[in-house]
Every structure is written in C-alpha cells, then in structure tokens.
Design a protein around this ligand. Sequence first.
Ligand code: ADP
Length: 900
Amino acid sequence: MPGIKPSASLTSLMMDKQDVTLTSLTQYARRPGATQSSLLQSARQPAPEEKRNTETEEKKAVPAPKKKRKKKHGITANLSGTRYEVIRLVCEKCKFDICKEDDPNSYLIWSDSFVSADRITELKPFQRINHFPGMVEVTRKDCLARNMMKIQRHHAEEFNFVPKTWILPADHSLLQNYAKDLKAKKKYRTFIVKPANGAQGHGIQLYRNAEKIPPSEHFIVQEYIDKPLLLEGYKFDLRIYVLVTSCDPLRIFIFNDGLVRMSTDKYVNPADANLSNLYMHLTNYSVNKHNEYYQKGDSVETGSKRSIRYFNEYLRKNDFDTMLLWRRIYDMVVKTLLVAQPHLLHAYRMCRPGAPPGSDSVCFEVLGFDVLIDKKLNPWLLEINRSPSFGTDEKIDFDIKSALIEDTVRLLNIKLSDKRRNYFAQKAEAQKRLFRTTKRNEVDMSELEKKRLNIEKRKEELKEQLARVRKATAREDFENRNAGRFRRIFPSEDKLKQQKYVNIMSSIFGVVMSGRAPAMQKEIQKVYNNQWREEDILDMIAECEADEKDGKGGVNKVQRGPKPLSSMPMSVQSPPMEDEFELEEEDEEAEYASPPGSPSLNRRESRPPSTKSRPGSLRPDSRVSNDASSLCNSRPNSGVSSMRSRPTSNMSAMNSRSKSLSRINGKQSILQRSIIDDNFLITVVKEREDELTKKTLQALNDMRIKFPGKTDQEAEFILDTLHENWKFHKPRIASYWLVKLDSIKRRKVIDIVRSNVRAVLQRIWRISDVDNLRLYRIFTRVFNRLLWSHGQGLWNCFSTTSQNGSWETIFSKSSENICENEFNCCRRIVQLCRDCLLIVYQFAAEAKSTSQQNSENTDLSSAGTLSSRDKSSTLMVPPNTQTLSQRYSKLYPRADTTAT
Ligand code: ADP
C-alpha cells in the first residue's frame, strides 16, 4: 500500500487553513446564484466592506434559519487523546469524521496514554480503542522481567531472548551473589540499570562492577549485551511494530517495516572509561539526536535512523541469514505475547463480561518492540512500548508510521453499519433472554419432550458454533486480503508451530493461573486447534434435524431400532423380526468390532473382474489396478456392478472446483496477490493435488477388507454370498448394526477403514498429520455421515433407492466443492465401510455358530449355501466358508490381522 507522502500531509495541513474559512463559505452559500467555484473564490478573497453590509441587511430582512449543528454520519474518530498529527492524517485519508471533542461514542478512539478499565467496559461493541487492559504486564520493564522469569523457570530454552534481569530492590542480594560468582570465576560483565517505568533512555546508567549498584526502588538491572551486531561500526536496535487485533482469541500481526536506530559514536567494548558515553551505548533517538554527529537521513539508507527494509537488504548483501533472524524475531514476539495472554484475557473478560468469545474485539494495540541483535544474530528483547512514538521528525518516520497506521486502521475493519448491527444484535439477545425465562419447566415435561428440547438446545449451540466458525473464516479471509504490510504471526499458518505455541500458551496458563488453569487449557485447545470446521458442524446440524424429524414422526421411536421397513433397502422384503437371528453376546461383538482383533483392510496384487453384482451395491466402475504391490495377497474380484450416478448438484459442484482447489491450506487469498506467479503456482498445486488424489483413489480401490483367518478370495466369496442372500441377511445385519452395536462399537467398525485410509494418505501425500488435508477432511465428513443418526447413515448406503439419506447429500448442502476423483474416493470409502460391516457381522455370526456347534455337536456337513432361507436360517455361512471359519476360529479366536 502506498504510504502518504509528506506532500499529502502538507496539503492536508493547508486544507486545515481553508477549513477555518468554512463558516464564511456557508455565509456565501446562502447568496442566490452562487456557484461552487465562485464561492470558493469569494471565500478566499476578503469580502468588500459594502458587500458585507448588504449581506447584513439581507440577514435582517429574512430571518436566518436556525443554525443546525452538522450531524456526523460517517465513521467517527476521537483523536483528542493523541498528539500525533500522522494519526489524524491517516484518519482523514480513510474518510473518518474527526471529532473535535473527546467523544466517548466514536467508532475509533486513539489515546497515547493509559486507558482505564472502566472506559473499556463502557465501550459499545462497535467501538475500537487502541489499548488492551492488562498489556502493562509486558510493557513495564519490571512487569515484563517478573513475568518472563516466572515462565523461564519452566521453559528456560524457549524464553532465552530476554537479558538476565534483576528487579530492585527485591533482587539486590541475588544480583550481588551473581556478581560475586562472576568475580570468583574471573569473568567480567557489564550491567545496565534502568528505571522500571522509564522511557527514551532517561535515567539509564552502566556499571562494570555490580557491587556498586545501589538497591534503589523502581529500577531494574540487566546484563549488558556487549557484543551487538554493528552497522558501519555503530550499535543499533530495531523498532519493530506489532499489532494485536484481539486477545479473545489472540491475533498477532507484525509490520514488515520499522526503524533501525543507530547510536552516534562508534561502538567499542564497554570499559570503565567509556561507560558514561551514552551516545555509544544507547541507541535511543531521544538521546542521540542531541549528539552533534547525529545525521538526519535524506533517504532510508543513510543517516542515524534507517528502515528495516534497508537493514534486511544490508544483511542479505553481507551474507547474513536474514530468514533465520526474522524467524527468531517472529518467534520471540509471539512467545512474549503468549506470556501476556493470561493477563490480557483475564483483564479483557473482566472489562467485557458477557461478550461472546470470538466477537469483535473493542481493543487493539500497536506495540513497539525494541530489539537488539547480537553478533550471532540472536534477537534480544529490550522492552515493549505500549505507546510507541508516532512523531514524524524525518521523512522516514512519516513514510513508515503512516503506512503502519493506515494498515492498522484497515485491519480493524471498522464499518459504518457496525453500530446498527450492534443495536439489532443487542435487541435479539434481549429477546432471547426473555424467551429463556418464560420457557416451560423441564420437570413437567414428558421424556419425549425433554429429548426434543435437548435436540433443540444442541441445534442452537451448533448454530452458534457455526456462526462463530463462519465469522472466524470471514475474518481470516478479510485479514488475508487487507493485511497490507502486516503479516499474521499468531495463529500461525504452520501447523506444527501453531501446535507448539498452543502448548506453550497452555503451559503458561498453568503457571499463571494454577488451580483455575485446566478449564482454560481445555478452552485453549478448542479455540486454537481449529477442531471444528463448517462442514462438520453442518453435518451435525443435519443430524439434529433428522433426530428432530424422528422425534416428531415416531413417538414409538424412543429406542432407536433398525427401523427395517422404513429405511432398509427397498429392493427386498424384510423377514419378520421374530425370526431374527440371534447373534453373539455383546462382549464378543465388542471384540470383533474393535480394531486390534477385527477385520482389517488389505491391499492386493490383482483382482480379476467379476460378473456378480450385489444388492444395493455402490461398487466403483474403476477396475482395480494390476500394479504389483509387495504387501498384497491376490484374490478374485467378484463385485463390479452398476455405479449410481452422481447427483447433479455434485456434478455442478465439480465444475466450480478451481475455487476450492486454490484454497489449499487456507492460502487462497495469499496466492492471489501476485497474479502471474500465483496463477502458475495455483496450476502447479492443482495438478499435484489431482495427481495425488488419483493415486489415493487407486490405493483405495486396491484395498480389501480382510476376514480374519481367511484369504482374500474367501472373504470376497463371503461378501458375494451375503449379497446373494440379501433378503435373508438384511434384517439380521440391520439388527446387528443398528441395535446390537452401540455407538462406540459402530465407530470402531468405521475406524477400521478410517485408520487405514489415514495410513494411505500419509504414505501418498507424504505428511504425517493428515487432519488438515482437504481430502481427509472430506473423508471425515463421509465417515461422520455414515455414523450419522445412530448408524442410519451407513445403513442407508445399502439401499438402492434411498436418495434422501444418502451420504452424497452432504456435499450438496455445504459450500465445499469436490471433484470427480475426490467423489470417487468417497464412494470407495463408503463401499469399504459397507464391506467392513458385512465382514464384521459375518465374523461375529460364525463365531456364534461355531460355539453353538461345539456345544450342540451339530452335523454341519449337511449345510448348504445361503440361497434358500430355510437352510440359511440354520446356518449362516456356506459349507466351504464355514469349514474354514471353524478351523480358523480355533486358531484365531479373534480377528488376527492388522491393517497393512
Ligand atoms: P528506554 O525505555 O529508556 O528506551 P531501553 O530498555 O529501551 O530503555 O534501553 C535504552 C537503550 O539502551 C536501548 O535502546 C539499547 O540501546 C540500550 N540497552 C538497553 N538494555 C540493554 C542491554 N541489556 N544490553 C545492551 N544494550 C541495552
């Protein structure tokens, strides 16, 4: 974003003078026939005496309309608390109305000094003020030192960027002991003593001998960093600007420019003779400007004050690892603010009770971090300024600071409509509260009504959560588009780094809050680990809605049963429920359904196509590839049948896929910035993603559910037999899946497929953490849908006719667009889950049948296939399968295989 040029400031300042004549302009405007230009001209020229007289007469003749005070309709900015002209200029540039007085209702309030907690409490949600309560915990030197020391005790390695500090007078004896130790080891250090609440280098002194430091009140002592990196032989520090837009949740941005402030006497190692030379040891502008050698720079590359952009260039030219330095600085900034976070959050929530978490923050803060770089390129945090100077003595100040404020104001996203929106939101909230108090007493409700109420409550919660997630997404999107020269450093886009920060934050809360920490730590994980996504919540709302429907339609449906006649596949008739096959005991089911002893997925080498089809089958038409895989067992392919056509909504969604692809890892808008490069990048990423998705599909097609103790052919045969005798098996499987298995066991069945799919994705996409992978998120939605409505989701997949409850509808309801290969992957996953259920069911049935045979000594040789219901009612498996299962069930009382 272009900064405002000084010329602009001058023009605006001149405009100020014109503004003074505004009253006279208005007077002229009342004259009939006056044009705008003539008005301006007349306003600039002193009006002739006689004209004035005439006008006075006119005024007397026509009673002047009552002078109305011009009402401000724009975004108002209260700048009465700041002395900096540049802030006013930027606000003007942003077309804000600047209030003449200290208007407490302004949209934007900017103050150079401390803002009381009461003032923050009184703010309306649409207002913004430039300070956080609680920030003092890191902006006062002694508070920063105290808080850092506390955390350093637990994370010494992570927080080693603050020079060793003692707070006087409390730590005076510790300091003396330290000095004695050094003396004994014949080590010599320099110490710098600073007022605890000082600024601009006031009251700073250097000591070589710590024993001479008096235990004065309100001072801190720091070990002096005596090997700083030098710029043309001068010591310097960096003024880095950091913007915090919110603390609930925490959002931190860093500005990509700042100031390099150089000392004005060349640096030499500290010695008794030069300790008092503050022009050499201090880098403050306020100190060095008094030195005759202070150079006002004509450009950003010369003089005693330079830009960070210039500094980066200098580092690059001199072969320093610039990236490494900035990584360290970002890390330092984030960690420092993590230390502040418990205080910020506590103070903010105290000031704004009842503000929904995630709502727009009324506070923001531009902080000035003073950072010293040593010879090893380590950044050292000297102090944080909560009101960094926005003085614009030099051009470089103006250029950097005006751009900084402009980008800050833009990121605040202040809108005129905020006020109105806030009014309606408050009204709605009040109505909601009213409703809450008048609702019926739960004690008087029937069980069914209570259930409905619970579902309603859950739906409400989910809707609120959805609104929050959508708001967060919109905010992120806005930030990406409007960050200007800011870069967001927390939350980090790097997932591993983010996880690390979240853990540190959690630990800091543990240290600071002790007993009250666990609840906060739970909240931290929830807020910052991005657990819920829009699609997940939409799915859950859909589930609630389905439950609601069930509740309304079927009063008899208190306990969820197989609902065989309404929801089972329509192609075959269900046998009466009293004929239901008795499956094994619950405990056994649990074992079979659980991953360690359950059927697992298996890759295979080749699979010849089969002509058999299965009832309600959703088999993919893509043939299994013949590529040799070392892990695979071969088995014949038996199940290729018709593929159900994809709903049109999904087809159209496929067409608009380009949008969703460029959203990889949420970086869409970043990618869009540089059109040419980025388009190329998008295409490359798209192609790569397509390729990997294809590979995933191939791998999924190669997967088979393994029946414990049987070959793949035998497992395949079992599946085919189950499908051939679907009429018989359908009620049994329904009963098994929907009634016998509880939600945990059902999840375990699905998890057999899920864990193997994860492994495939990890291998193909070469990432250990697949949770954030778009494809895996899509799969997660499918898995959730299959478990949807107490297992009804998967059961619907056995139906050839049920379109409504089909898993495919999840993609027509949300904004997510999926491509054909992604859709085919999902289809394959659904098929694997179905197969998995059938195998688990059959395995359980065989185990049951085996135990019956053992006890009753039944002759099994007479058993036939499952083609007739009479036979199958006595025997669940065809003879060859049964014999094998008998044999293997002894060898493998539980499923023996693990996923490959
Ligand atoms: P102030 O708020 O008064 O500016 P600072 O802590 O920023 O106080 O210190 C002023 C200057 O002193 C810094 O800009 C830096 O040049 C120098 N300084 C401060 N602390 C140290 C230190 N520990 N080691 C080396 N130089 C320091």
